[in-house]
Design a binder for this molecule. Sequence first.
Ligand SMILES: Cc1cc2nc3c(=O)[nH]c(=O)nc-3n(C[C@H](O)[C@H](O)[C@H](O)COP(=O)(O)OP(=O)(O)OC[C@H]3O[C@@H](n4cnc5c(N)ncnc54)[C@H](O)[C@@H]3O)c2cc1C
Ligand SMILES: *[C@@H]1O[C@H](CO)[C@@H](O)[C@H](O)[C@H]1NC(C)=O
Ligand SMILES: *[C@@H]1O[C@H](CO)[C@@H](O)[C@H](O)[C@H]1NC(C)=O
Ligand SMILES: *[C@@H]1O[C@H](CO)[C@@H](O)[C@H](O)[C@H]1NC(C)=O
Ligand SMILES: *[C@@H]1O[C@H](CO)[C@@H](O)[C@H](O)[C@H]1NC(C)=O
Ligand SMILES: *[C@@H]1O[C@H](CO)[C@@H](O)[C@H](O)[C@H]1NC(C)=O
Ligand SMILES: *[C@@H]1O[C@H](CO)[C@@H](O)[C@H](O)[C@H]1NC(C)=O
Ligand SMILES: *[C@@H]1O[C@H](CO)[C@@H](O)[C@H](O)[C@H]1NC(C)=O
Ligand SMILES: *[C@@H]1O[C@H](CO)[C@@H](O)[C@H](O)[C@H]1NC(C)=O
Length: 581
Amino acid sequence: MSTRRELPSLSMGFLDALVLPLLCALSSVRAAETSKTQMCRNVPGSAGYPNAAAWNALNASISGRLVTMVPSAKFCATRAGGCTDAEWTSAVFRSEIPGAMNQPNWEQGYDLTPPSLCYLNGTTCGQGDDPLYSVEAETVADIQTAVKFAAAHNLRVAVKASGHDYLGRSTAPFSLLIHTSKLLNISFTDTFFVGDQNMGFAATVGSGVHSQVVYQQSKANGRIAVGGSAATVCAAGGYLQGAGHSALAPTFGLAADNVFEFHIVVASGELLKVNSVNNTDLFYALRGGGAGSWGVIVSATFRTFPTFNSTFASITLTATNNTAMASLATLHAKHLVDFDASRSSQYFYLIKDPSSATSTMTLSNYMINQTITQSQEILAPFIKAAQALPGITITASSYTYALINDILFQQDDSVGFNLVMGSRLIPAATYRDSPDVVGKVYQRLLDQGLTLGILGHLVAGGQVAANSNISSAVNPAWRTAKTHVILINEWLDSLPLPQIDTIRRQFQDSQLPIFEQMAGPNAGAYSNEADIMEPNFQTTFFGPNYAKLSAIKRKYDPDDLFIVRTGVGSERWDEWGLCMV
Ligand SMILES: Cc1cc2nc3c(=O)[nH]c(=O)nc-3n(C[C@H](O)[C@H](O)[C@H](O)COP(=O)(O)OP(=O)(O)OC[C@H]3O[C@@H](n4cnc5c(N)ncnc54)[C@H](O)[C@@H]3O)c2cc1C
Ligand SMILES: *[C@@H]1O[C@H](CO)[C@@H](O)[C@H](O)[C@H]1NC(C)=O
Ligand SMILES: *[C@@H]1O[C@H](CO)[C@@H](O)[C@H](O)[C@H]1NC(C)=O
Ligand SMILES: *[C@@H]1O[C@H](CO)[C@@H](O)[C@H](O)[C@H]1NC(C)=O
Ligand SMILES: *[C@@H]1O[C@H](CO)[C@@H](O)[C@H](O)[C@H]1NC(C)=O
Ligand SMILES: *[C@@H]1O[C@H](CO)[C@@H](O)[C@H](O)[C@H]1NC(C)=O
Ligand SMILES: *[C@@H]1O[C@H](CO)[C@@H](O)[C@H](O)[C@H]1NC(C)=O
Ligand SMILES: *[C@@H]1O[C@H](CO)[C@@H](O)[C@H](O)[C@H]1NC(C)=O
Ligand SMILES: *[C@@H]1O[C@H](CO)[C@@H](O)[C@H](O)[C@H]1NC(C)=O
């Protein structure tokens, strides 16, 4: 997903008038209620939970880098002057708050008994799904100490870089967080060696480095790397472990396809160098095998390319009603092939106006290595045909020619909304053989009512398909896909919990049956931008790789220290990762 243009949002400036039910500060955990034979992590109140002296000793051993965590709304409530709406929705601002997730819904303990909530400008505040303590790691030794402490005390561990995660996997209730946002080293070389093999130009990037920094620093070196369309997504955190899609993916492959090496602290506390020579099974898993399941990444080294100019073209088309939008969607589906020759990419975001019949489709086109004139020629057949459709008007259009580093660079990401998503990788065959189905599916989803929209990404094909022979855990569905399409569902804090629950389940309950008509019944999905409630995540996210990934997990993390929902091995744990099921 990209937040280049701020998404219109139902929740903007409308979070007041809250009446919170009385909630206990520290809610009772299932752990306490489960039978003794069941293996559970220690939580406050458990016999094995560390006492104050143990926490103090941990803190002393990591140079005082242990902090207590508060949800972002509590951070704002206790901050002089509070937080402005602009701050609340800024990913750059939120990245400074250890307890903040980008999407505040992941900080809420909706499913705890009783629910534990902390809303912006609310009157009470529970800890929710926020961890209790965070190790603000600055060194490898800090991470090793934290990992060993958690293992010795049987604690739930959460690992976070930016807190961007759309599935809430970088937070967990009653856990010890290992926060890597201060691992900010970044360096460039033109001779990176794996063993005695010179891999050539590369960047080595700490797991706290934001993508905007990678683009700026690459520019200074005359290079560019494959990265996301975001400001603060961490280039060496969850992004790479999921696969990492990019406007540059059709040209250079997925981000995971371009990695040479990881440095990672695994469950034993050991620092491992992981590449195509050493720990090759873990190297396979870290490239696409899912975020947060393998250890704490210290840094990653990936390929860089000579930089070049490109055109960014933004075009907004407005449809008078759902039927008009459906015919636009079919036309759009037919014209995606127009991008193939230049290996360009496009983010096509449909946003429904909740207060009228109209909807818009905004096309953010990354025309790789193309001048403005060349880009206009590539886009002309679609635009001409779209203008001829009844009920379709082009309402905005702009072209910028610049260095690709500056096109990908973002000042900030617009976050701070309660949202969940569901997604599928849409096979190239759908667009080639049955583009009409795309329009029909869009029409049905629109008629059913969208809380926000349908966000499409033309980021596959080209080199993503050509890289199918790379041996990594990247879901093979990426290699045959043309697009990655997300349905977003949003809500406001003011909504009653049962209605919030309905929205959280909306993708599985009412959207997927429709969406599957264009994705196919067994389509894969991108694990980083997907639905946390996917029932068959093993196949949907990991395809045929799951058995191999499970074996690698057993080898490097035999005690399941690194468990995230929908991650490898998570079927053995409850939804909070606190008790084995
Ligand atoms: C505004 C926005 C734009 C995005 N754009 C794109 C895009 O263009 N392309 C794309 O592919 N994705 C994109 N994403 C999705 C992104 O890939 C995921 O949110 C990803 O999980 C972010 O990784 P992170 O480490 O920054 O986030 P975090 O929330 O900090 O972590 C995400 C996951 O990675 C794990 N993790 C984090 N740090 C480490 C570490 N040091 N070691 C081990 N595990 C770690 C966490 O445990 C968690 O499971 C976008 C997300 C947002 C919010
Ligand atoms: C850890 O130590 C630092 C420095 O002494 C202190 O400021 C901080 O409050 C301590 N953290 C906790 C959780 O006690
Ligand atoms: C919350 O309070 C802050 C500070 O008083 C204010 O600026 C902001 O607009 C409020 N936000 C909402 C959504 O109520
Ligand atoms: C960051 O780089 C410095 C200088 O090279 C080095 O001393 C330090 O160990 C690095 N930090 C990490 C976490 O790798
Ligand atoms: C493999 O690991 C060993 C031991 O850590 C290290 O000495 C060696 O340099 C590594 N080799 C490669 C190619 O990374
Ligand atoms: C990009 O375009 C500018 C202006 O047209 C030009 O000066 C520059 O050399 C180009 N850069 C590259 C890397 O092609
Ligand atoms: C961009 O075009 C230049 C000039 O034709 C070419 O040398 C370079 O390889 C191209 N780069 C990419 C990424 O296509
Ligand atoms: C939708 O818009 C088109 C084009 O403006 C129009 O012809 C059609 O009648 C409209 N359909 C409905 C159901 O309103
Ligand atoms: C994949 O195939 C391409 C083209 O045939 C080849 O250049 C590349 O080395 C292969 N890669 C692997 C990992 O086998």
